[in-house]
Design a protein around this ligand. Structure first.
Ligand code: SF4
Length: 295
């Protein structure tokens, strides 16, 4: 949509809730790029785009679009940019897009941990309202197995830092990431990590094994045994919800990767979502057909 106006390199990923945002590619690729299940940025070598280029894209967008209410910074870990770059970008947005009500970005746990509380608070005050961070799993066994390069405790600490700075925190986890062997640990520990972090939003995806990823290779070698994507995932999600205590948090499991869309506000709607999972386990729910699933 913005290709003629704002320049993009390679495939662009954004959270579903940023569907109507102006997307600005501040970094190319992901500074981590090690996660075995993730094929998003494999073809990209991570680098920061020159600041002048990113600012130029903002000016180009301003010249073209009359109203921009939300701006989202990609790629995988745009928060990793130096704080002084972020200050320049946020200053530009406040001057050029006074109608913009929300600036958000993907943030890895490491990039949140690298910034000081004062830096994060400053960025929040200048307009960075929300960060999207991947927990993937609350189990250290699963995180290590998937080469996430962060422990659950570090991810929880990163989430606390974002919230302490006044930012909204959106966290994703992946159903099925523990495979058949670790599903219970994955479910229980992910619920506990959510409880410890108390994010504002939780997004639950379902694992799709992409052939070009290390996990795809492990699967072909018979080294990873996927959870049954319907009943197995429903049981896992139920167990995870039973261990999640996040009052007021918006829970969404309606990504295109999921067979059974779920959504509600925790803890109020937890029992209803568990009832829907029980109904699906009893065959009483219509599931999303495979051709409609994707990442
Ligand atoms: S899951 Fe996130 S941190 Fe891991 S490689 Fe993909 S974009 Fe990077």
């Amino acid at each position: 949509m913005y290709t003629d106006v704002v320049r993009y390199e390679g495939a662009i990923f954004r959270p579903p809730s940023e569907a109507y945002s102006l997307i600005i590619q501040s970094t190319i690729g992901c500074s981590n790029n090690t996660c075995h299940f993730c094929g998003a940025f494999r073809e990209k070598v991570f680098r920061l785009r020159p600041l002048e280029e990113v600012l130029e894209d903002l000016f180009r967008a301003r010249a073209f679009y009359t109203r921009v209410e939300r701006i989202f910074f990609a790629d995988g870990d745009a928060l990793i940019r130096p704080t002084e770059d972020w200050i320049a970008l946020l200053d530009c947005i406040r001057e050029q897009f006074p109608e913009c009500t929300r600036v958000s970005t993907y943030a890895s746990p490491r990039s949140l941990l690298l910034k000081t509380p004062e830096e994060l608070t400053q960025l929040r005050q200048l307009g960075l309202a929300m960060v999207y961070m991947g927990l993937e799993s609350g189990s250290d066994t699963v995180l290590e197995d998937m080469c996430k390069n962060a422990t659950a405790a570090q991810i929880i600490e990163a989430g606390h830092k974002a919230k302490a700075a006044g930012m909204k925190l959106s966290v994703t986890a992946i159903s099925g990431l523990g495979g058949q062997e670790l599903w219970e640990e994955h479910a229980v520990e992910t619920g506990r990590a959510f409880t410890a972090m108390k994010p504002d939003y939780i997004g639950l995806l379902t694992l799709i094994i992409e052939p070009q990823t290390p996990l795809g290779a492990r699967y072909r070698r018979g080294e990873f045994h996927p959870l049954d994507p319907t009943d197995g995932v429903f049981r896992e999600t139920k167990l995870m919800l039973e261990h999640t205590d996040c009052d007021g948090c918006i829970f969404r499991s309606n990504h295109a990767s999921n067979y059974l869309p779920l959504g509600g506000t925790l803890n109020r709607d937890r029992a209803a979502m568990i009832a829907r999972l029980d109904s699906a386990l009893a065959g009483g729910q219509r599931l999303r057909p495979d051709w409609m699933r994707g990442l």
